[in-house]
Design a protein around this ligand. Structure first.
Ligand SMILES: [Fe+2]
Ligand SMILES: [Fe+2]
Length: 183
């Protein structure tokens, strides 16, 4: 599976110019957090694959919506949210560990149950998805978006602290202390 990863990441990059850097950076941050947590080599390997292709479902979403240089309308946001389920279905066609499907499916679930697609909460959300939720948010905040410039490291951590209910508190604490780096 890992031999397919560079190919899949390149494909994602054809649709969205930021996708390759985002995939690599989320995978790097997720692995760092996984190592701090003491995950085993095979668990880290699964986490690396899942983090690298967590947004693969965006390939099925309208290109103009994905790359829109402004805020989404409500209808567009509903469309974008479908990427979690689409991504999970797509990877089901690959001969990979089923935990990767559920990590991709759940990577936008919030710890307090306010996320999507199913409003899972707490430990109902797979550990890998809780890790990626944090890495994904940090990378999104510290990156330029069509509608805003990148936030600084400090401001990004402030926003994540303000929204702490979305994240596993133990993981967030470990991320703040051991993973997040100054930009
Ligand atoms: Fe996503
Ligand atoms: Fe993402």
């Amino acid at each position: 599976m890992t031999t397919l990863l560079p190919f899949l990441i390149q494909l994602m990059g054809l649709r969205d110019p930021h996708a390759e850097r985002h995939a690599d950076h989320v995978a790097e941050l997720a692995l760092k957090l996984g190592k701090v947590l003491g995950l085993k080599t095979d668990e880290l390997e699964l986490l690396h694959v899942a983090a690298s292709i967590h947004d693969i479902g965006k390939m099925a979403i309208n290109e103009f919506v994905i790359n829109k240089p402004g805020h989404f309308t409500e209808a567009e946001y509903i469309m974008v949210q479908q990427h979690a389920q689409i991504g999970a279905s797509l990877v089901k066609t690959l001969d990979i560990d089923p935990s990767i499907h559920s990590i991709i499916l759940n990577h936008h679930e919030n710890f307090d149950g306010t996320g999507y697609p199913h409003g899972e909460k707490g430990d109902e959300i797979p550990l890998g998805a809780r890790i990626i939720r944090i890495a994904d948010t940090y990378d999104a905040l510290t990156s330029n978006r069509g509608y805003r410039a990148a936030y600084s490291h400090k401001k990004s951590l402030e926003i994540m602290e303000r929204d702490a209910q979305f994240f596993d508190p133990t993981l967030l604490d470990l991320f703040f202390k051991n993973v997040a780096r100054k930009h």
